[in-house]
Design a protein. Structure first.
Length: 930
RNA sequence: GCGGAUGUGGUGAAAUUGGUAGACACGCUAGACUUAGGAUCUAGUGCCGUGAGGUGUGCGGGUUCGAGUCCCUCCAUCCGCACCA
């Protein structure tokens, strides 16, 4: 019987489905293991070979854990809200729910063909109302909680209200707040609080809520009619569609992720993730330590607060710069400067992010006419405006020290402002040429800091600032609060309605607040989001609902919890399920979510932890990021002005144009000539100038997979031709799973050949035949060597070397003509995670008529079988290996040395010299030093 | 500019703790069986050299009996961030 993957695979796929082989349930007698794939967005294009790479790796690992006695949770679902379905709806009028449903069906079909061990009874879809009811529920909690900096956790807003009613809001409490809470919030007494009307009270509380309505600059994309997150904007263009993006001040729902900045940073140290991702998150959170310092206005009307990481250079301040959007710009500008300032502020407002980014080197700014006083010297310091200062970072104002900061230097040079060195560099430096930005040197011109090294000056100055009430030590984060509203249709409705323009939450029993039907998915004529078209959609028939929907990352920020108990009607998941399954032990997915999904999910997890809803602080303990699979495009070379195509090696003899050719017409870079002519009408009369062997050789380039480049490889055709087991093993064989690599089917025959050889081990002249006789020592050795290596490779996620190990094992067993059941049966279990179909078939043929191989036990390694009495020592002379010498392993160092020197080949390499030293590492190597 | 990663045959790669560099596979070369199968089997295949041998892990140094692996300098490529005070 021939190995027939198509027959075997459909047989076992139905078996697994009919017997619910992969369904798992809570089992307190077994240790749990949670393996999770980042769930896909079901796009219309279906899966290409890049998608399953991570799924295959996690599937192998999940099966390995299962066979090792763990109760393994391995679920799958769909991140099914998103812009593409909405765009499609705008073009065609088809409801996004229908498109999404169709795409999911296609994904499911493709996934099923690859033989994954997902427990599909646990499927979640972020767009289903049963699921997003709980996404909305979490929003309610965020709205109803604030971050208490004293206890360092989220607490019910009712507790804060109770405190306001008894104690009011004191200045000291205001000072201790952090995490984006408005700095200009005025203190009030309990009596004052009680006297406020409801609207005022709610406005004050909005400053504390973790989900809050706030005015902020957003990335507005006019073409898409929506706001985009920073990570959805690439160089001033939308990630999707490539439309221009501009800055716009908008009232938006925000999540106060900044309250969790420190915890998000600290948590990274506990995670088993790649350093690159952790480092990216650290940079994104961007913690910097320094001080906020007040510069009193010359006219006595308040002060400008700046943030600096270099308070040691305070005596070198020659001006203060405000961001154009800074609140004080209008009040402090003098009459003479008014028109110049207004012109500048307006021009920078109209300058999009894109333009500002494009010319980083252009200096622009304007003098306000106002002055502040230096906090220590009382000298007059001019106040300027410059758009190199960002309103969203620090206080939106900087103290400019041109001698020691490159940007301040450029600004000072451009406007001929004074440059005052306050650090004497420890090497040659010209202060006319540039800033001395490093923290090395000795303080000069700096009053009480003179003579100190920078480090000492820093701490002295910080002490002085606090002691003299000029400011405070402060930690600043680059991280901004996350905008939580999108002007789109296909997302979770935000469970809020408005009464007198004040937002109120929908009651918990009324959730989910489902999406209304609309006749078009475009923004309204008035510029309202698509939900504005649902005129009858009102709370209790009276009050307008919020018209924004949640961003794409809302549903994906907690889906890993829903899988634990996906149908639970009374909460995110039952307590028993959460306590048993806990957080994710292995998370598999792309590295592109480093600053999006992975940060938001960690934030929500910490919040839910604060509420006591989950017992863990981090959602994903270990993560592996699979590399991207790139396309391998093929080219033909058309001689200009003809329909003649020339083989690659001859193309330089002609003037040619390269043309992308569909990779299905190319095998090992050789073009299928007839197929090419039939491919497109314009090529039907094509003629070819062939190269050696009468073949047409195509050119090759590595590019992203894309329809227009004809280089998309879907898994379907490969599964059809070679089977899922071959594709699974081949994707693993390509290289380390975390590495990006071009897709290339060249090697797939090698892996397919391996499975055929494995099949051949059990068959003699077409019939299944294994012997129950006792295997030879050599056979046991091959098996246990393989068990050890396979387990080691799985434990370090080295799937590519695992495949090689199986190849070596099967080659050796064929060579040794081994068909002993005692060897081949454990080998079958060992291989099962990689190739689940063929091994099930063999398992059945081996006589396990009932039950699945999935219930077997993974073979364990017994070192007994590998014990050797002798070893092939590589003998080196001066570090160069010269010959192999087989010696007993119980030889002592002296005996080894003696044996080496007595060997006939040693005479040649000694060249009559007496060795200076002979290094013997028992069981490893011998090195003779001459 | 900052941060992270990578650099090994014609190709994908392996070498887990400093110990035989190139396992495994593709491709290629030669052969066997056959005559259309995208099959199977055998042998060879880093480079130079007929050979003995020499040489070889981006470049240049260093540590070591011994370096792909550790240290220093430089180069190249990829990814992320980027006026962050």
């Amino acid at each position: 019987m021939e190995y027939n993957p198509r027959e075997i695979e459909s047989k076992w796929q139905s078996y697994w489905k009919n017997n619910a082989t992969y369904r798992v349930s809570l089992d307190l007698n077994k240790p749990k293991f949670y393996v999770l794939d980042m769930f896909p967005y079901p796009s219309g294009a279906g899966l290409h070979v890049g998608h399953p790479l991570g799924y295959i790796a996690s599937d192998i690992y999940a099966r390995y854990k299962k066979l090792s006695g763990f109760n393994v949770l391995h679920p799958m679902g769909y991140d099914s809200f998103g812009l593409p379905a909405e765009q499609y709806a705008i073009q065609t009028g088809q409801h996004p729910a229908i498109t999404t449903q169709q795409n999911i069906a296609r994904y499911r079909e493709q996934l099923d063909k690859l033989g994954f061990n997902y427990d599909w009874s646990r499927e979640v879809r972020t767009s289903s109302p049963e699921y997003y009811a709980w996404t909305q529920w979490i929003f309610r909690q965020l709205f109803n909680h604030w971050y208490n900096p004293v206890t360092d956790k989220a607490e019910p807003i009712d507790q804060l209200i109770a405190q306001f009613e008894t104690e009011g809001f004191a200045e000291e409490q205001r000072a201790s707040l952090h995490g984006g809470i408005e700095a200009n919030l005025e203190p009030f007494t309990a009596e004052e609080w009680k006297a406020f009307n409801e609207k005022t009270q709610r406005e004050i509380l909005m400053n504390f809520r973790l989900a809050y309505l706030g005015e902020s600059y957003v990335n507005w994309c006019p073409a898409l009619g929506t706001v985009l997150a920073n990570d959805e904007v690439i160089n001033g263009f939308s990630e999707r569609g490539g439309h221009p993006v501009e800055r716009k001040l908008l009232k938006q729902w925000n999540l106060r992720i900044t309250a969790y900045a420190q915890r998000l940073l600290d948590g990274l140290d506990t995670l088993d993730w790649f350093d690159s991702i952790k480092e990216t998150q650290r940079n994104w959170i961007g913690r910097s330590e320094g001080a906020s310092v007040h510069f009193p206005l010359e006219n006595g009307q308040g002060s400008i607060e700046v943030f600096t990481t270099r308070p040691d250079t305070l005596f070198g301040v020659s001006f203060v710069t405000l961001a154009p959007e800074h609140d004080l710009v209008h009040t402090l500008t003098t009459l003479d400067q008014k028109s110049a300032v207004e012109a500048y502020v307006n021009s920078s407002k109209n300058r999009s992010e894109r333009e500002r980014m494009a010319d980083v080197n252009t200096v622009s700014g304007v003098f306000t006419g106002a002055y502040v006083l230096h906090p220590f010297t009382q000298e007059k310091i001019p106040v300027w405006i410059g758009d190199y200062v960002l309103v969203g970072y620090g206080t939106g104002a900087v103290m400019a020290v041109p001698a020691h900061d490159e940007r301040d230097f450029k600004f000072a040079k451009f406007f001929s402002l004074p440059i005052l060195p306050v650090i004497s560099p420890n090497q040659e430096h010209d202060f006319e040429e540039g800033a001395w930005g490093t923290k090395e040197g000795t303080l000069i011109n700096s009053g009480f800091l003179n003579g100190l090294a920078v480090k000492e000056a820093l701490s002295n100055m910080l002490d002085a600032i606090e002691r003299e009430g000029k400011g405070l030590r402060k930690v600043n984060f680059r991280l901004r609060d996350a905008v939580f509203g999108r002007q789109r249709y296909w997302g979770e409705p935000i469970p809020v309605y408005y009464k007198d323009e004040v937002p109120y939450l929908i009651d918990e029993p009324s959730l989910p607040l489902t999406l209304p039907e609309v006749e078009s998915y475009l923004p309204t004529e008035d510029g309202d989001p698509p939900l504005g078209r649902a005129k009858q959609w009102k709370h209790q028939g009276l009050y307008d609902y919020e018209q924004s929907t949640m961003p794409g990352w809302a549903g994906s920020s907690w889906y890993f919890i829903r899988y634990l108990d996906p149908q639970y009607p009374k909460g995110l998941a039952s307590k028993e399920a959460i306590d048993y399954w806990g957080n994710v032990d292995l998370y598999m997915g792309g590295a592109e979510h480093a600053t999006g999904h992975l940060l938001y999910a960690r934030f929500w997890c910490k919040f839910l932890r604060d509420l006591g809803l989950v017992p863990f602080d981090e959602p994903f303990k270990k993560m592996i990021n699979q590399g991207m699979i790139l396309g391998r495009s093929s080219f033909v070379y058309r001689i200009v002005g003809t329909t003649t195509f020339v083989s690659k090696e001859l193309k330089d003899n002609y003037t040619t144009n390269p043309i992308h050719v569909d990779i299905s017409l190319v095998d090992n870079d050789r073009l299928d000539l007839e197929g090419f002519k039939a491919w497109r009408a314009e090529f039907q009369d094509a003629e070819f100038i062939l190269g050696a062997n009468g073949e047409y050789v195509c050119g090759v380039e590595i590019e992203k997979m894309s329809k227009s480049k004809y280089n998309v490889q879907t898994p379907d055709e490969l599964v059809e031709r070679f089977g899922a087991d071959t594709l699974r093993m081949y994707e693993m064989f390509l290289g380390p799973v975390e590495q990006s690599k071009p897709w290339d089917t060249k090697g797939i025959t090698g892996v397919h050949g391996f499975l055929k050889k494995y099949w051949k081990l059990f068959h003699k002249e077409g019939t299944f035949e294994v012997t129950t006789t006792e295997p030879a020592k050599e056979h046991w050795k091959i098996l246990h060597k393989t068990i050890k290596k396979i387990r080691d490779d799985l434990d370090r996620f080295s799937f590519n070397t695992g495949v090689s190990t199986f190849m070596i094992c099967v080659n050796e067993l064929l060579e040794a003509r081994c068909n002993h059941r005692e060897i081949l049966e454990p080998l079958t279990v060992l291989l099962a995670p990689y190739a689940p179909h063929i091994t099930e078939e063999i398992w059945e043929k081996l006589g396990h008529a009932s039950g699945s191989l999935c219930d077997a036990t993974y073979p364990t390694f017994d070192p007994e079988f590998l014990v050797e009495s002798a070893y092939d020592y590589p003998i080196s002379f001066n570090g160069k290996m010269r010959f192999i010498l087989n010696l007993p392993l119980d030889y002592g160092i002296d005996e080894v040395q003696k044996a080496v020197l007595e060997h006939k080949d040693s005479v040649k390499w000694l060249e009559g010299n007496i060795p200076k030293k002979i290094i013997v590492v028992p069981g490893k190597i011998v090195n003779v030093v001459l």
